[in-house]
Design a protein. Structure first.
Length: 213
């Protein structure tokens, strides 16, 4: 089949991935719903310096990803990086090459996030402040569109370390498009899948604003 290279697909990622051939993706970079009851949406959370942005109700926050999702990822891809991998240990198995994102945080938010990888290397850490209104690069602050949005610089660092320029990258939970933006900036091919039409539109708008040199 002809894969939808450099496109964003609106739909259920499990159904879409079932149409992909075996090992047709070089790297899956995913940040799936963790299945937690964490409240991203209430204002006045302790430790915040300003009123927290209200992203609205997101039903997928409490969705627990099943083993079917991971089985499909392993079928279609050669390598995988999964954020929240510590919460999916029963499905993913051991890894020697975890990624630690140090968010240089304060207040009640988590200090770090963990990503499981399929690579055989050492644990790596990337420090990039992402603490509400405070960001690592305050002169070039990223607009926040999504409650679990990752910084572009984090995704660029991951793709630079764990992929090659010729690789095809898939993010099956694209959200507001950060992985696709990072791939585009690094001249990598990408596919994004996102179930929400709202966030598909945001991702396409963000991608359309990227100017490559």
């Amino acid at each position: 089949m002809n894969l939808p290279i450099n496109q964003i697909i609106q739909g259920d990622c499990l159904k879409v991935m079932k149409t992909f051939p075996d090992k047709s993706i070089d790297l899956v970079l995913a940040d799936p719903p963790y299945g937690t009851d964490f409240d991203y949406y209430s204002n006045g959370r302790g430790g915040c310096l300003a009123t927290q942005q209200d992203y609205g109700k997101q039903d997928w926050n409490k969705v627990k990803i099943s083993n079917d999702f991971f089985s499909e990822i392993f079928r279609i891809s050669k390598n995988q990086i999964i954020f929240g991998g510590n919460l999916f240990a029963d499905y993913l198995g051991p890894s020697t090459a975890w990624i630690v994102w140090d968010k240089d945080n304060s207040g009640n938010w988590g200090d770090c996030e963990l990503a499981w990888t399929s690579f055989s290397s050492s644990i790596r850490k990337f420090k990039w402040r992402w603490n509400g209104m405070l960001q690592e690069d305050m002169k070039h602050k990223e607009p926040r569109y999504h409650p679990t949005q990752k910084p572009v610089e984090l995704m660029k660092w991951i793709l630079d370390k764990y992929s090659e320029p010729t690789d095809l990258i898939l993010d099956p939970f694209l959200g507001s498009g950060t992985t696709a933006i990072a791939a585009k900036q690094l001249h990598r091919r990408y596919i994004g899948i996102e179930i929400s039409q709202k966030y598909c539109d945001i991702a396409k708008q963000r991608l359309g604003q990227e100017v490559l040199f």
